[in-house]
Design a protein around this ligand. Structure first.
Ligand SMILES: CC(C)(COP(=O)(O)OP(=O)(O)OC[C@H]1O[C@@H](n2cnc3c(N)ncnc32)[C@H](O)[C@@H]1OP(=O)(O)O)[C@@H](O)C(=O)NCCC(=O)NCCS
Length: 432
């Protein structure tokens, strides 16, 4: 087999846990108008949506059309004003906006039809009057006229369409109960819809350059911290809005992914690889710590084998791991093991900490410390008063965590007899 074929098979295997995890989940995608300007990009995006549907993922698209609306208004020689980064829509703009959105939508539908035909998938893209709008109103003396905001969403109708295996499409047009037409901000709408239908994920395609400097994963605390940092920076207004919307939505939408609109395929990488390509803002615990089971043996081996080869950890065979698995805890992300440690209770209220390891791509984010804390809590529950460990490479790190250098004699006799003099490990101890 050629390398490219092997790579394909490996990638497919690696994406398997994500395929299983996302099946049946609901995804809202914010698609800015710019992404419809390049037919090739649009077709590829449509194919990716068909792929997601084939994998059992329910998709709601919120379509933006700001660039197209701006162009159409200019062509009609209309001018407009903005306030608070939002266009003021005049009554005479509405027909042009309706025509433009109809045209943009038809481009999307055409790309979908082609994508479905090419992938032999009879998928329908549907939309409806699911969103009830209200006027944005008069704010600080500025009347936004036909610029609307969201009043109500018929989430049952959206769920019913998703249940019938249809992709739902929301456009920036919505209607009031009195039948007036309003132009809505699609980004706001994407967040509001995600909250209303309790989407599992919201994917935001963005052209904000500064988001690329954000970490790959941010807790709500991290997001709030970053928001505070850029609070007064006028150049970061868009990122500020995005983070603020994300924080406000976090109680209903647990995972918000921001990806670059210059990389439309980033969505698949974000969904089906461990670390993705964008920034994830998570409201649930991104990783969890739990006791290991025999099913985790393969994942633990994968994590520790490179460290064993470097001589950092003592070699453990699969059989030993299986026998001692009850002593282990693991940290996992999306069913992948990214950290582990073991606790061995001994006589005289002593216990040994062993095999503490964190996947290199997750090191430096306090995970090692978190696992150690967890082991210490477990040790106390088991009335262990002194926790010791043997290490060749990591004594400084453990000293920073409150361990002290000690000598072989402090270890239980049974453990002393097993000491490997060739490794010359240092003994460290902590009183709990
Ligand atoms: C030791 C280990 C578990 C720490 O995990 P982690 O999640 O990176 O830990 P934290 O984020 O809490 O700490 C990171 C800090 O420890 C430092 N550090 C990591 N390894 C170190 C070592 N061997 N010696 C001294 N400091 C070390 C990092 O430089 C970082 O310092 P900084 O915050 O000043 O940048 C991880 O580096 C690892 O898996 N190492 C290989 C296995 C190992 O040595 N296990 C111990 C066997 S007994």
């Amino acid at each position: 087999m050629q390398q490219s074929e092997l790579d394909f098979i490996n990638n497919l295997r690696q994406s398997s846990p994500y395929i299983a995890a996302h099946r049946g989940k609901t995804l809202v995608i914010y698609l800015p108008g710019e992404m419809l300007q390049h037919p090739g990009t649009l077709l590829q995006f449509a194919k990716d949506i068909v792929l997601l549907n084939n994998l059992g993922i329910k998709v709601v698209l919120t379509l933006g059309a700001s660039v197209q609306i701006n162009d159409a208004l200019i062509e009609q020689k209309f001018s407009w004003e903005t306030s608070q980064h939002c266009r003021i829509t005049l009554p005479e703009h509405i027909v042009t906006i309706q025509k433009t959105i109809g045209w943009v939508r038809s481009q999307l539908e055409a790309a979908f039809s082609q994508a479905c035909a090419e992938q032999h998938s009879p998928l329908s893209l549907v939309s409806g009057n699911w969103v009830i709008a209200k006027p944005k109103g008069v704010i600080n003396g500025v009347d936004f006229q036909h610029t609307g905001s969201l009043r109500k969403i018929n989430s049952e109708a959206i769920h019913a369409s998703l249940q019938s295996n249809q992709v739902c499409l929301l456009t920036p047009l919505a209607y009031s109960l009195t039948g007036e037409v309003f132009n809505l901000n699609t980004l706001d709408q994407a967040f509001a819809v995600s909250q209303a239908i309790h989407a599992d994920k919201l994917i935001i395609y963005s052209d904000i350059d500064s988001f690329k400097a954000l970490p790959k994963a941010m807790s709500l605390l991290d997001a709030q911290h970053h928001l505070d940092l850029i609070q007064k920076d006028d150049n970061q207004q868009e990122l500020h809005t995005l983070l603020k919307l994300s924080l406000d939505a976090a109680s209903s939408v647990k995972r918000i992914h921001i990806i670059s609109q210059q990389e439309p395929s980033a969505m698949l990488f974000e969904l089906f690889s461990r670390d993705g390509m964008g920034t994830l803002i998570y409201a649930d615990r991104y990783h969890q710590l739990r006791p290991a089971t025999v099913d985790d043996v393969a994942g633990i081996l994968k994590l520790i084998e490179p460290m064993e080869e470097e001589g950092i950890l003592v070699k453990r065979s699969r059989e030993v791991l299986e026998l001692e698995i009850d002593n282990f805890i693991i940290a996992e992300v999306d069913q992948q093991i990214i950290g582990c440690a073991a606790l061995y209770p001994m006589e005289n209220h002593q216990g040994e900490l062993a095999c503490l390891a964190v996947d290199p791509s997750y090191q430096g984010d306090d995970l090692g410390q978190e696992i150690l804390n967890h082991i210490e809590v477990m040790a106390k529950q088991q009335t262990i008063q002194q926790l010791f460990l043997l290490t060749t490479h990591t004594d400084h790190w453990f000293q920073e965590q409150g361990f002290e250098r000690s000598s072989l004699e402090i270890l239980p006799e049974k453990r002393q007899s097993l000491y490997n003099f060739q490794r010359q490990s240092k003994v460290l101890i902590k009183t709990l």
